[in-house]
Design a protein around this ligand. Structure first.
Ligand code: F6R
Length: 607
């Protein structure tokens, strides 16, 4: 939620800040602003609305001279998305400007204190307290003021700070919100995400919690919370700037759907060596696994639904009880977790506040934590005992697609790995499963190729409230399909375990009611077929999703989308793709802002 950028060098800062903000717009897009130092003063330009409006206002940055500046794109938490509440915020004396990603939990108490000291607030934001606190703590030593200020803040923050007394310097601080420093030649940067940096440099430094950085065009210095300078490792970003651009597609979401075969391949191939699974830099021994009596998968949103699918694969192959738990519920649920529990924490961004809290809760109860994460160097990747990266590359569209399928791929891999270690698979079955796993990228491509007619189908079904039904693995897919439809097309969509329909929901089925029935679990396809017959008898219009060659379904459903046949263990990863496309084309027909749906943000760093 919210993206921040900073630049200092010899070039004009504003156009570089605006370009960086465009890359971060997926993190929040209800207002935006920049602050640039020039002639001993800070010029702030901000607008409610999208970055395009800020570009227009500043003539693409040309109207804001200066070579050192900070920028912000906002997802409103405290106060409406107005010009006044937009960042950057200025101190009363005009000496400091700041941008902030995160939430200051004790801001009301700080605000009261500062008002009592005579500070005047312009906005309703929690962020403005920080800039007044900086002014209050300043006695000529900027670094000391930043540290003193940070020490009073409770909550999460990535801060970018300008001060007129150090006109060529940027300050950046991190606590529980991502912040990455970019090392250029004669110029340096910071940003909430590497996507805003790769156009300039691939050499980056990941700041840790409690660390502060001082950047000039010639140097980057990092300090710990006691003010001690520390040496930080430089990491190299492995993907190119094109990976974070649309590459000819109308939307990032469509591009990312199309990238799934390659992304899943990238998640699997490095972990398969001569037909055997090797986890990255860790192993789970048979002895360790025998001490595990339960697996908990915890995550939010689509990542949770990936966990719901993965649960079936792990239980079926490993015969260990698996619970999929919403992180937002688990964190307050007094969970039955101990040192015999293995916890899989799934997150594309690695920064989701509830997921981080659930991780910490499970850790405090002694569980071993494996993170399944896309964003390298993110908080969850750092907090987990071990991390399996999903290697999906940058995911820009707010609605996840390749993030989700790569999470599934890693869960499948882990399920086979654990089953083999526990002796639940003989060599023949192990080899057969690995072979099937390796076919997934090709079958994903086939799934995409087979569904070129979906725009037409979408316009027939996505006209009103929809039901998504399925059983077992198909139910998990239905959950994700309905979420995709809701979030990008704004159509009401409900997912139901098909067997539950007659326990209440069938009362809602009327003439013409669209029902999307996922029937890719072969063992249960007949059961779902009966549900199709039942809803059709009440007037429903049914679009079924089934394996190629399923002729029985053709005679019952109004329309059928086919996917290639695959072992049920893996069917979810293919079945979700047509549902992603269905949501995409429904949203497109409705003229929705597909990559940036209303009220959402990519990285949910607040509770
Ligand atoms: C839906 C979507 C969200 C995320 C959820 C968790 O398309 O993207 O539901 O899956 O906010 O985010 P991560 O995976 O970053 O923890």
């Amino acid at each position: 939620m919210c993206g921040i950028v900073g630049f200092t060098g010899a070039r004009s800062a504003a156009p570089i800040l605006l370009k960086g903000l465009r890359q971060l717009e997926y993190r929040g897009y209800d207002s935006a602003g920049i602050a640039v130092l020039a002639g001993g003063a800070i010029d702030v330009e901000k607008v409610s609305g999208r970055i395009a409006k800020l570009c227009e206002k500043t003539r693409d940055g040309a109207a804001v001279p200066g070579v050192t500046g900070i920028g912000h794109t906002r997802w409103a938490t405290h106060g409406a998305p107005t010009d006044t509440n937009a960042h950057p915020h200025l101190s009363n004396d005009g000496r400091f400007a700041i941008v902030h990603n995160g939430i200051i939990e004790n801001y009301l108490a700080l605000r009261e204190e500062l008002i009592a000291d005579g500070y005047v607030f312009e906005s309703e934001t929690d962020t403005e307290t920080i800039v007044h606190l900086l002014e209050f703590n300043y006695d000529g030593d900027i670094k000391a003021a930043v540290m003193k200020t940070a020490a009073r803040l409770e909550g999460s923050y990535a801060l970018g700070i300008l001060c007129t007394d150090a006109p060529d310097t940027l300050y950046a601080v991190r606590e529980s919100s991502p912040l990455i420093l970019g090392i250029g030649v004669g110029e340096n940067y910071f940003a909430s995400d590497v996507t805003a940096l790769v156009a300039h440099t691939k050499n980056v430094i990941y700041l840790e919690d409690g660390e502060m950085a001082e950047l000039t065009s010639a140097s980057i210095r990092v300090y710990d919370c006691t003010g001690q300078e520390i040496k930080k490792p430089v990491s190299r970003v492995t993907w190119n700037v094109e990976a974070a651009e649309k590459g000819g597609y109308e939307h990032f979401m469509l591009k990312e759907i199309m990238e799934q075969p390659g992304a899943v391949k990238a998640a699997l191939v490095p972990r398969l060596h001569e037909g055997r699974i090797r986890l990255d830099d860790f192993e789970l021994s048979a002895e360790e696994l025998r001490g595990i009596n339960k697996i908990i998968i915890t995550a939010c949103g689509s990542a949770y639904y990936a966990g719901c699918s993965g649960r079936y694969a792990i239980e079926r192959l490993c015969r260990i009880p698996v619970q999929a738990e919403l992180a937002s519920e688990l964190r307050y649920g007094d969970p039955m977790v101990d040192e015999h529990t293995l916890v899989l924490v799934i997150s594309q961004s690695g920064e989701t506040a509830d997921t981080i809290a659930a991780l910490k809760e499970c850790r405090s109860r002694g569980a071993k934590i494996i993170g399944i994460v896309n964003v390298v160097g993110s908080t969850i990747a750092k907090l987990a005992d071990h991390t399996l990266y999903t290697w999906a590359g940058p995911e820009i569209a707010v609605a996840t697609t390749k993030g989700y399928t790569t999470q599934l791929a890693v869960l499948y891999l882990l399920a086979i790995y654990i089953a083999e270690r526990l002796g639940r698979l003989d060599e023949k079955d192990y080899a057969a499963l690995i072979k099937k796993l390796m076919q997934l990228p090709k079958l994903l491509q086939e799934t995409i190729d087979m569904n070129y007619l979906l725009p037409t189908v979408a316009s027939r079904y996505a006209s009103q409230s929809l039901f998504f039904i399925g059983r077992n693995t198909d139910y998990a897919v239905a959950l994700e399909g309905a979420l995709k439809m809701k979030e990008i097309s704004y159509l009401h969509a409900e997912s139901y375990a098909a067997g539950e329909l007659k326990h209440g929901t069938i009362a809602l089925i009327d003439e013409g009611q669209p029902v999307i029935a996922v029937c890719c679990n072969e063992a249960l396809a007949d059961k779902t077929l009966s549900n199709i017959v039942e809803v059709k008898a009440r007037g429903a219009k049914v679009l079924a999703l089934a394996f190629r060659g399923n002729t029985r379904i053709v005679s019952q459903a109004d329309d059928v989308i086919f996917i290639p046949r695959i072992d049920t263990i893996f069917s979810a990863i293919l079945a979700v793709v047509p549902l992603q496309l269905l949501a995409y084309y429904a949203a497109k027909e409705k003229g929705c802002d597909i990559d940036k749906p209303k009220n959402l943000a990519k990285s949910v760093t607040v509770e």
